[in-house]
Write a protein that binds this ligand. Structure first.
Ligand code: ADP
Ligand code: MG
Length: 757
């Protein structure tokens, strides 16, 4: 069994085995980009470890063989007192889970090698900085020492030295800090910090493997629908040092703007820093463009690497890089997460650039993203004055009550905005529960920003508000916002307002409404083009549920082919009654539907009735007569029912209640939220069709109904008709059309097109 792959032997298509990070490090190595040498322990090894509870046989021997090659390439040995090789040990599963699992840097330092590193680099400060980082990262991830303890000791040294940032601490302070960290480690674990580099390496590997199953990683996977049994790979590579002084640094870059999709190079750079310093938001970063002035050759080389990566991945890439004394190193790349607006805009641009065709562009967007673009925006007429402006990190317009910790957010019964200095993976439950996230620190690549974009939450970062240490409140210039106060945050502009702002339709909705001032920006143009392409390729018809003239008109503007469901029961009330009677008597509907049928004999009776009525109306066009399929028995006897029925329309709401044996009202507020949290179900079966159960009833009815009557027309009405995942299922099940609320029509058109690709 091979459990370890050298970077030179992998590639971008090996994500299942090497994880995303490992596969992409291998790809960059093959492309000739400057990647520090290293190797990947496969996800298969992780799965074996999770099953056995110990490292699989032979794994450490393979690691040793590959390590030898890294030592040869680097001309340094792990544990060499004179010139030590240091390693990073990094997690990375098939799907990116930013910040959810562990990474340990600077493995290989101890009381002796630290002096070797100081001597070869000629820089004491740097060597002790690496050592203190190792002890805290190793302590926290391998032994579970609370991170706070280390953070507090660090902050105390900053205060004592009268400095604001870590790089300003002098070598003596860092040295003292290392001693304190070692003491913290020993107090907490009862053992001294391990001095043997091989012990450190093994401990780090185990910690990364275990990090697959931490609570926060599980919560994230559930939210993102990532299976629990994939396991993580472990990437082990030579360290390069962004914390060696002012000519070094570390950064994150995007080949296009992940918030809007605009062309250009975006990112954050932090001089004299290592690893997590950038994403943690603990220090203020510089915009990437600054690097062009600080270090023009490295900036040019980075720009060239970005072009190579975009060409290879044919998409927006995000990149982690480090510069060591003017030398660029690539540490990670992947096809970057982006907002819904950026997804459409970039797909459109790539078609224009001739990089992808329209089919591919359509695969890269989806109905859920289009639905997000149809959410309302703040109505700024009257020029409300923002209390503060920060970085527009994840778009959206969200109002809610201010809360200052994750637990309060999860407990709140009303919409909330979660306010933090910066977020870390422990805030995830609160971020999921909140409408929006507001932080005082960090930029577009901070943890808060990345996670919020991935989850579709609004986020404003780096607002420089002063969050009180003692009480749940913050100050922004001249206002104080307390827990429970209503605030509105705009993730498109970065502005924060007091109170609850009114909202207006989004530009995409204005476009569908045919309003002239919808604008002709790249986003609207891309939506127009991709929905039109979906129309050209889809087989599924899209109709609307409408029973008022306004709804019918909107449905038509939004592209519905007609009305798929008109609830006549609403019509026999009030002044409508006379109109409806006249309509039925004089003109007739196109299709007549008759309800809640369970046996074919019911339908025979009703059909006879309907035919008698219709026969009595002179000059009426021929009207097909069919039935709703809403009870399981009807689906299971569809072959019989198709005899007298010319069409079926699935009422999937009732079908779901009856198939599951519960009433919607009884479960939605109580049982389902708990089931979702526990991972018993992935989505409410009232939102997304339950393929294995209710979906099977639909499939049986389609198959047996069509066997009995090949030209049977089959559709679905109800909320599932506008749900992206369900639309895909209805396409696959062979339905003729879906019918949904007018606002969902564009979503269903797009998703029906994607299903047909
Ligand atoms: P995550 O998956 O949370 O992004 P990573 O494994 O990418 O974690 O590690 C976090 C950071 O550690 C990277 O962004 C990079 O800055 C730093 N890092 C990782 N490996 C190395 C290395 N070999 N040399 C220097 N820095 C490294
Ligand atoms: Mg990373």
């Amino acid at each position: 069994m091979t459990y370890v792959f050298d970077f030179a032997d992998g590639g971008m298509h090996m994500k299942d085995l090497l994880g995303g990070k490992g596969a992409n490090l291998a790809e960059m190595t093959r492309l000739g980009l400057p990647v520090p040498p290293g190797f990947t322990i496969t996800t298969e090894a992780c799965r074996a470890y999770l099953k056995l509870g110990e490292l699989p046989e032979g794994l450490l021997r393979e690691v040793g063989e590959h390590l030898l090659r890294v030592e040869q390439t680097m001309g340094r040995r792990l544990g060499d007192p004179a010139d030590p090789l240091l390693l990073s040990v990094r997690s990375g599963g098939k799907f990116s889970m930013p910040g959810m699992m562990e990474t340990i840097l600077d493995v290989g330092l101890n009381d002796i090698t630290v002096t070797g590193l100081a001597a070869t680099s000629g820089d004491d400060r740097f060597a002790w900085d690496c050592y203190r980082r190792l002890i805290s990262m190793y302590g926290a991830t391998v032994e579970g020492v609370p991170r706070d303890l280390f953070e507090r000791a660090l902050a105390a040294h900053r205060r004592a030295a009268g400095v604001r940032t870590d790089p300003e601490l002098d070598p003596a302070a860092l040295r003292a800090l290392v001693e304190e960290y070692k003491q913290i480690f020993q107090d907490h674990t009862g053992e001294p910090f391990p001095q043997d580099p091989a012990t450190q390496l093994k401990g780090a590997i185990l910690a990364v493997l275990r990090s697959w199953n931490t609570e926060r990683a599980r919560v994230y996977r559930r939210a993102e629908h990532i299976p629990d049994d994939l396991g993580t790979a472990v990437n082990i590579m030579a360290m390069v040092y962004g914390n060696r002084g002012p000519r070094s640094g570390t950064g994150v870059a995007f080949t296009r703007d992940p918030a809007t999709g605009a062309r250009g190079r975006y990112g954050d750079y932090l001089p004299n820093a290592q690893g997590e310093d950038v994403v943690s938001g603990s220090r203020d970063t510089l915009p990437l463009q600054e690097l062009a002035h600080l270090d023009p050759p490295s900036f040019d080389q980075l720009t060239a690497a970005m072009r190579v990566l975009e060409q290879r991945y044919r998409d927006l890439c995000d990149i982690e890089f480090t510069i060591e004394e003017g030398r660029l190193w690539m540490l990670q790349t992947r096809v970057g997460k982006r907002t819904a607006a950026a997804a459409f805009t970039i797909a459109g641009q790539l078609v224009d650039e001739g990089v992808i065709d329209l089919d591919e562009a359509l695969r890269r967007v989806d109905g859920a993203k289009l639905a997000q673009l149809m959410f309302p925006r703040f109505d700024l007429t009257g020029d409300p004055e923002p209390i503060v402006t920060g970085v527009a990190a994840a778009p959206g317009a969200s109002c809610g009550r201010a809360v200052f910790d994750s637990r309060r957010a999860t407990e709140a019964s009303e919409p909330v905005i979660l306010i933090r200095r910066e977020t870390n993976p422990d805030d995830l439950p609160g971020m999921l529960a909140a409408r929006g996230i507001l932080t005082s620190r960090g930029g577009k690549t901070s943890h808060a920003a990345v996670v919020a974009r991935g989850m579709g939450r609004t986020c404003v970062c780096g607002t420089a508000i002063e969050i009180d240490d003692e009480r749940p409140q913050f100050r922004a210039v001249d206002v104080t916002v307390r827990e429970g106060d209503l605030i509105s945050i705009d993730g498109t502009t970065g502005k924060v307002y007091l109170g609850e702002l009114p909202v207006r339709p989004s530009p995409v909705v204005q476009y569908f409404e045919g309003e002239r001032d919808a604008g002709s920006g790249p986003l609207v143009a891309a939506v127009h083009r991709l929905v039109a392409h979906a129309d050209a390729v889809r087989r599924l018809g899209v109709y609307a549920n409408a029973d008022t003239p306004e709804d019918a008109a909107r449905a038509r503007r939004f592209g519905a082919a007609g009305i798929g469901l008109c609830r006549t029961e609403h019509m026999f009330l009030g002044e409508r009654r006379a109109l409806v009677e006249r309509l039925i008597l004089a003109e007739g509907a196109q299709e007549v539907q008759e309800a809640l049928v369970g046996d074919v004999r019911e339908l025979h009776l009703v059909r006879a009735d309907a035919e008698r009525v219709l026969a009595g109306v002179p000059g009426i066009p021929r009207i097909p007569i069919g039935t709703m399929i809403e009870v399981p028995r009807a689906a299971l006897t569809a072959g019989d029912i198709a005899g007298p029925a010319e069409f079926f329309s699935f009422g999937t709401n009732d079908l779901t209640q009856m198939a599951w044996g519960f009433s919607r009202d009884d479960v939605e507020g109580s049982i389902f939220p708990a089931y979702l949290r526990l991972g018993v179900i992935d989505a409410s079966p009232f939102e997304t069709i339950d393929r294995r159960g209710v979906g099977r009833l639909v499939s049986i009815a389609v198959k047996e109904g069509r066997q009995a009557r090949p030209d049977l027309r089959i559709g679905v009405c109800g909320e599932h008709g506008g749900d992206p995942d369900s639309v895909r299922f209805f396409h696959e099940a062979g339905l003729d059309y879906v019918s949904c609320s007018p606002f969902r029509v564009p979503v269903a058109r797009l998703e029906a097109g994607r299903a047909a690709l």
